[in-house]
Design a protein around this ligand. Structure first.
Ligand SMILES: [Zn+2]
Length: 124
């Protein structure tokens, strides 16, 4: 029985902030963000139901289509989300690969023509 849990997010770093919101909402706990992890503290020293936390993590992974790629492992007061096949979710880095960015201000676009038009603004 725990009033504080640590959720290890090493393998799902890019979805950590969304996961924190979802899980803390389900269990009515106060989240604290850490490097590669977040912690849940109960309100008024109540016990956090670990099963509910695990279930909501699995629900969230399922909702983004990653339910079969990650295992949720609990060990005392630590819950780890482990990649089963070595896959790591890198949502944030994906769109950038086929985008053009302005070297002056960081403006992002999918179209080279749009970038060229945008660049003209800097030379007015
Ligand atoms: Zn620019």
């Amino acid at each position: 029985m725990f009033s504080m849990l640590t959720i290890d997010c090493r393998d799902v770093e890019s979805i950590k902030s969304e996961l924190v919101v979802y899980v803390s909402d389900q269990v009515a706990a106060i989240p604290t963000l850490k490097n590669h992890a977040f912690m849940l503290s109960s309100l008024d020293d109540q016990i956090i139901d670990k099963d509910v936390v695990i279930t909501s993590i699995k629900e969230f992974l399922g909702s983004i289509g990653e339910g079969n790629n990650f295992a949720v492992i609990s060990n005392n007061d630590v819950i780890s989300i482990k990649s089963i096949y070595g896959k790591i979710i890198e949502r944030d880095s994906l769109p950038n690969s086929d985008m053009f960015s302005c070297t002056h201000c960081g403006f992002l676009t999918r179209y080279e023509v749009e970038l060229q038009n945008h660049m003209k603004l800097h030379y007015l």
